[in-house]
Design a protein around this ligand. Structure first.
Ligand SMILES: NC(=O)c1ccc[n+]([C@@H]2O[C@H](COP(=O)([O-])OP(=O)(O)OC[C@H]3O[C@@H](n4cnc5c(N)ncnc54)[C@H](OP(=O)(O)O)[C@@H]3O)[C@@H](O)[C@H]2O)c1
Length: 225
């Protein structure tokens, strides 16, 4: 095709990331001018392109939370309980991965420091920057950032770690929930949302708490087919 507004193949096909990277995702072995697409991608260096928000694929988004018997998760900006076993469980699942949190949860972290050995993302409309965090100002902004991270290192998983506002907002996009269920009830002013579309897959009772794993029912159906 050779028209004033569109020429195909693109005249700079072997030099432009916005042409090569989507092509590599579809047909990495396609040979162009004597070399496979994936080799051309390596030769073009660091061109800053990322999928458009509507094309980013942030799945599977996972959630991890610690809930009391009434789905309470926090009081006056703090957690309801600090169980060493739960902290260990949290670290084991999230280390090496990407954690996504709301601004108030970020401010509740010791020293407002990012969690070690994880890529930290904070959602905020008020913060312009935070040392050690990528700041996303909206959900489309978050999808763009996750799309970029996914392309960079597809093996990393994405974890929403709270708080109440973020859990409620991101639940429709979540595919798995890892919930620590405290047997006791506490005074709480922040709650995990109801999650009717999820099915319990496993439960590991540890006395004071139980580690539960839920999967979105529509995904479970697909897995069974
Ligand atoms: N038990 C658990 O597992 C657990 C886990 C995490 C947190 N918590 C508890 O939960 C409580 C905090 O929860 P919370 O609901 O008050 O706050 P939060 O969800 O941590 O943060 C809310 C803030 O996130 C930002 N935000 C939310 N949606 C956004 C969007 N679409 N775009 C841009 N920014 C967005 C806003 O920040 P700006 O105001 O800056 O715009 C908003 O004020 C604390 O008590 C904490 O200890 C418990």
């Amino acid at each position: 095709l050779d028209e004033p507004e569109l020429k195909l193949p693109h005249p700079y096909l072997t030099q432009r990331a916005f042409v090569l990277r989507p092509l590599r995702d579809i047909v990495p072995n396609l040979v162009i001018s004597g070399a496979p697409v994936r080799d051309w991608c390596q030769s073009i260096g660091d061109q800053d392109v990322s999928p458009a928000a509507e094309l980013a694929n942030p799945w599977p988004l996972q959630m991890i939370a610690c809930l009391d018997a009434r789905r309470g998760i926090g009081y006056r900006g703090e957690l309801l309980a600090h169980l060493p076993e739960d902290m260990k469980h949290f670290r084991a699942l999230t280390e090496g991965n990407v954690v996504i949190m709301g601004r108030r949860t970020m401010e509740s972290l010791p020293g407002k420091e990012p969690l070690a050995n994880r890529t930290n993302i904070v959602l905020s409309r008020t913060l312009s920057a935070a040392e050690g965090f990528a700041v996303c100002r909206s959900l489309p902004d978050l999808w763009r950032e996750l799309g970029r991270l996914h392309i960079e290192e597809p093996q990393r998983s994405f974890w929403c770690i709270g708080g109440a506002e973020l859990y409620a907002e991101l639940l429709p996009y979540a595919r798995e929930l890892h919930l620590t269920r405290l047997k006791q009830s506490y005074e709480a002013d922040a709650f995990f949302p109801a999650f009717p579309g999820f099915a319990l897959c496993s439960s590991d009772d540890r006395g004071a708490c139980a580690f539960e794993h839920y999967v979105a029912a529509d995904r479970l159906l697909k897995m069974k087919i």
